[in-house]
Design a protein around this ligand. Structure first.
Ligand code: C5P
Length: 317
């Protein structure tokens, strides 16, 4: 029986602005998203049972409906019941490298890989747009994770406009192992504190979208102006996460002492990254960070910008 092994990259936010409150309960966002080569490996094969089975090398990751990868498989069985009946159940193995609740879309990218993998397993021949539409039913970041690269994301985060690839940029990612931040909490806290700044009208939202398209960050990306990109990094959620979690704020303040292009919290945290231009520089910053914050629960990774989303690593027939 055929099986597929897929690579599912993490994402970071280069920009995150909260624009308003949507009627569906989500926030209207303007974001710039970037794939990095820190990736999970997601293996899929058909099984002789009629079940969805998730195995994971991290015992803290749930294997049932709480796992977005499970819900992605379940969605495919609902959308394509005749294939489910013909091919049988699905066995999914997650080799986790991306930390959970870290603002790096670890769960979303695994779900995107499951959609792409089942498309292959069942010979569905879905287009990237069809896969992204299915992804949007699962979570706001899943459509981006399917395609990856560099993109403007608006709406809930699912409306995407690809941008030119950014190459030769590296990040040092810093995250305390036992310090997750709940995305739901972060957005709720932001709503409570900053509701009076929300733009109420759809016409104003359109203006914010337009502003990012023709704004300085997109121009910096188009010109591959790494210094300007570093200066323009921005994330509204820092305003609620940093006061609540001073240790996370301290990561950004410590990075600022070093020779970097810029530093930012990714998504709703708890990862903070520093942007640099070479692997050697990244290694230096990683060392300096380890010395400055000698805490055994602080994890540090080096990762490179990548222009791919979900991709096939191997097929076994
Ligand atoms: O879409 P996803 O399930 O990944 O979002 C997780 C949570 O983040 C949502 O339940 C919501 O609380 C918050 N969120 C939001 N507005 C968005 C995206 C996420 O309020 N555009």
């Amino acid at each position: 029986m055929r099986s597929y092994s897929l690579l599912a990259p993490a994402k970071i936010n280069l920009y995150l602005e909260i624009v308003g409150d949507r009627p569906d309960g989500y926030h209207e966002l303007v974001m710039l998203l970037q794939s990095i080569d820190l990736a999970d490996q997601v293996d899929l094969r058909s099984s002789s049972t009629d079940k969805i089975l998730i195995h994971c090398d991290n015992p803290n990751i749930p294997s049932g409906k709480e796992n977005l990868a499970y819900r992605a498989a379940e969605l495919m069985t609902r959308q394509f019941p005749e294939c489910f009946a013909r091919y049988g159940g699905i066995e999914i193995t997650l080799h986790k490298h991306i930390p959970a609740e870290a603002g790096l879309a670890g769960g979303s990218t695994d779900a995107a890989a499951v959609l792409v993998g089942i498309d292959l397993l069942w010979d569905l021949g879905l287009t990237q747009i069809e896969l992204q539409d299915l992804g949007a039913m699962l979570g706001s970041d899943v459509p981006f994770c399917v395609a990856g690269g560099t993109a403007i994301a608006t709406g809930r985060g699912e409306q995407l406009n690809p941008l030119p690839d950014l190459e030769n940029l590296y990040v040092v990612l810093a995250k305390y192992r036992n310090l997750p931040v709940s995305t739901v909490w972060a957005y709720q806290a932001y709503r409570q504190r900053y509701y009076d700044t929300y733009l109420p009208a759809e016409a104003d939202w359109q203006a914010r979208r337009q502003h990012i398209h023709s704004g300085p960050m997109v121009a910096a990306i188009a010109h591959r102006d790494h210094v300007a990109i570093g200066h323009l990094l921005h994330n509204d959620l820092e305003k609620v996460v940093f006061p609540e979690f001073p240790k996370i704020a301290h990561l950004r303040d410590t990075f600022k002492h070093f020779d970097i292009l810029g530093t930012l919290m990714s998504g709703s945290g708890s990862t903070v990254f520093a942007l640099v231009e070479s692997q050697t520089q990244a290694q230096q910053i990683q060392q300096q960070m380890q010395t400055a914050i000698a805490d055994p629960t602080l994890d540090l990774w080096i990762s490179k910008f990548t222009n791919t989303g979900i991709r096939l690593a191997s097929t076994v027939n």
